[in-house]
Design a protein around this ligand. Structure first.
Ligand SMILES: C[S@@+](CC[C@H](N)C(=O)[O-])C[C@H]1O[C@@H](n2cnc3c(N)ncnc32)[C@H](O)[C@@H]1O
Length: 278
């Protein structure tokens, strides 16, 4: 079962701790349309980070997620009249739409959980000819100018002795940034695939994900990880004072000059791919 389906998964914590995507990335998506798109569907929408931004630029937007908790929170927070949210997974979502009826399908930080071969077919069926499919994601954070703290974070996140073995199956697909799961050329044309490593700093990058925050708030973000939720379920005696994030925090504080109040800038390695429907 996906961690996000667990009854105790904290949807509101997810929303407050995750990064927002940059406006210029949305501008880039909508440069592909000569007029305002009528219908957009955001699959794996979570609490609607990306769906809201898409909705501002289309006539109607629908966010779909297999987690009822995510859909409920997204619905509660929604203030846009042209936006709605529905429960639906990467298979069932397509049955809600007529063939050739959708202008844009987006997937933000969720495609690794999908059965992508079938998802691509489903998106191809509901998208209009020339309709756009856009998929993006991020991981492998780097704390700028703090190699030791970055190394400790990577160890706790990905080493199987720590949170590494608590990954959902889907996340393993993300190890190569979807390189083995690219949008297929037989169903889509003008397919573009682009990675932006966390070590590259360029103003030209469209999906540049950076956040300046305190070390305290950054470390809290790891409690929104599905791997943390799985670790937590495996450690019934865990408290915020002794859990694996507290251990990571202690190691960072004792190995670097950082304090919990230190201001740090995090940059994520991002990937995006898009294709026009054939
Ligand atoms: C990391 S969150 C991303 C949420 C949001 N799109 C964002 O950009 O922050 C992944 C989301 O994918 C959803 N998800 C996972 N597997 C799914 C599936 N098979 N079908 C639909 N949604 C799925 C989860 O419930 C979760 O809300």
């Amino acid at each position: 079962m996906s961690t996000y389906l667990k009854a105790n998964y904290g949807a509101s914590r997810y929303r407050s701790l995750r990064p927002e995507y940059p406006p210029k990335f949305y501008d880039f998506i909508f440069e592909h349309f000569s007029e305002k798109p009528k219908l957009a569907v955001d699959v794996g929408c979570g609490t609607g980070q990306a769906t809201v931004e898409v909705a501002k630029r289309v006539v109607e937007a629908i966010g779909m997620d297999h987690s009822k908790a995510m859909v409920e929170l997204a619905t509660d927070m929604n203030q846009l009249p042209n936006l709605s949210f529905r429960v639906g997974d990467d298979h069932a979502f397509a049955t809600e739409f007529a063939p050739d009826s959708v202008d844009l399908v987006t997937v933000a930080e969720a495609a690794h959980y999908f059965d992508l071969e079938n998802f691509y077919k489903a998106a191809h069926t509901i998208l209009k000819p020339n309709g756009l499919l856009v998929i993006w994601g991020y991981r492998n954070d780097v704390i700028q100018g703090e190699p030791e703290a970055t190394k400790i974070v990577a160890k706790y996140c990905y080493d199987p002795a720590y949170l590494g073995r608590y990954y959902d199956e889907g996340l393993k697909k993300f190890d190569k940034f979807y390189a083995d799961y690219k949008i297929p050329n037989d169903l889509f044309r003008d397919v573009l695939y682009h990675q932006n490593p966390a070590t590259t700093l360029s103003d030209d990058e469209l999906l540049e994900l950076r956040r300046t925050t305190s070390l305290r708030d950054y470390l809290a973000y790891f409690r929104s990880f599905s791997s943390y939720q799985n670790w937590f379920d495996d450690h019934s005696d865990a408290t915020p004072e002794n859990d694996i994030i507290a251990q990571m925090t202690q190691e960072i504080l004792s190995s670097t000059d950082l304090t919990l109040d230190s201001e740090i800038t995090i940059k994520w390695h991002t990937v995006y791919m898009l294709g026009k429907n054939k």
